[in-house]
Design a protein around this ligand. Sequence first.
Ligand code: ATP
Ligand code: MG
Length: 408
Amino acid sequence: MSTIISVENLGKKYTLHHQQRESYTALRDVISNGVAAFGRKLLHPFSTSRPQVPEQEDFWALKDVSFEVKQGDRIGIIGRNGAGKSTLLKILSRITEPTTGRVKIKGRVASLLEVGTGFHAELTGRENIFLNGAILGMGRAEIKKKFDEIVDFAEIEKFLDTPVKRYSSGMYVRLAFAVAAHLEPEILVVDEVLAVGDAQFQKKCLGKMEDVSAKEGRTVLFVSHNMGAVKSLCNRGVILNNGAVRLDSDIDSVINLYVNSENSFDSAGNDNINCFENVGIIASGKNSFITNNDNASLAVRINVKQNRNLNCGITIYNSVGIPLLSSCMLDTYDVINIGISEYLLELPIQILHSGNYRVEGAIWDDFQVYDQRECLCTFDVLRDDSKLEINGVGYKGYLKLPFKWSNQ
Ligand SMILES: Nc1ncnc2c1ncn2[C@@H]1O[C@H](COP(=O)(O)OP(=O)(O)OP(=O)(O)O)[C@@H](O)[C@H]1O
Ligand SMILES: [Mg+2]
């Protein structure tokens, strides 16, 4: 397969402006500054000036990033908040310029970045479809051919002649995704925004991205914190950490590293006083998935250095990012020990449908969150009751509760 995107030594520098002290000086400040200066003089007799806060500071959101994308690849770009994912996608979509390095792209890019980019607020849905098509270099006849498909997919027919500034964020994303995915770009770039849509629409978008790539050989770059979605869609992945590439590999290796060594990834606000050490699934079956006959538990290993009435909790998400259930340790276990300890939490497999699940976790007290992980681990459930479904008739809903039917 030929290389369609090549990113070489890419860097993006932002200049952060710090607020300086007020430009006017009140009498109160003269007095208090005088006292402070006197105190400093006592502590540091040879220092002549006060410590200076620089007015501005350079910050590299991306540093020396290089990777290649082959035609037809579906690349998941993952990393903690602030890792540089959106900055990278903005450069690839030519919305912002790199400070160093370069990007070579063969083909048209359609991108779906955060809500607010790509559409003209005053124009109607219909006008925006034509505008976006024209920007992608398509003729009017070509866009007309795709028009009905776009409107069908977005399910916004009634609002076609309403300016998009009146759309809800969900409607906006539906239309933006439909436009980006149907206007036949060689490269489709999607950043997180799908999280705005409802579960059913998210699923539809994942399916469409798979089609775009598998049936039409187009290339997809997908940023998401939802490991289930990344795993189901992507064949390759890149982990960004602090603006640099940490791993560029097949998707399973990338998710494994990200999930299993999250301690080594920077996380805003994580001071590592009390943190998760390791979390894994222990199942009675021999398979890599859990079946309805298996018992499965979550083994949670935490390291507590300071205990201030800590709580530790987990939330289970389904593959389209819907939180299904939460559990907190203090619900059933009332002391959290200092030191490294392992806790077992039995998973309610009997109420989970077949699918891929993600476990999120946090450790916190009344004052702060010590550790928060979007993905402590993932697991797959494979039930043998799928035969009970036919033509869309069967189990519905996110959970499978053990209702009892009885004969009166
Ligand atoms: N216009 C800007 N000016 C200054 N700093 C910026 C700007 N845009 C982004 N940054 C900084 O660059 C870093 C990377 O931001 P980016 O939005 O790329 O992160 P991200 O990986 O997409 O995070 P998230 O998962 O939260 O979406 C962050 O520290 C952010 O504060
Ligand atoms: Mg982002």
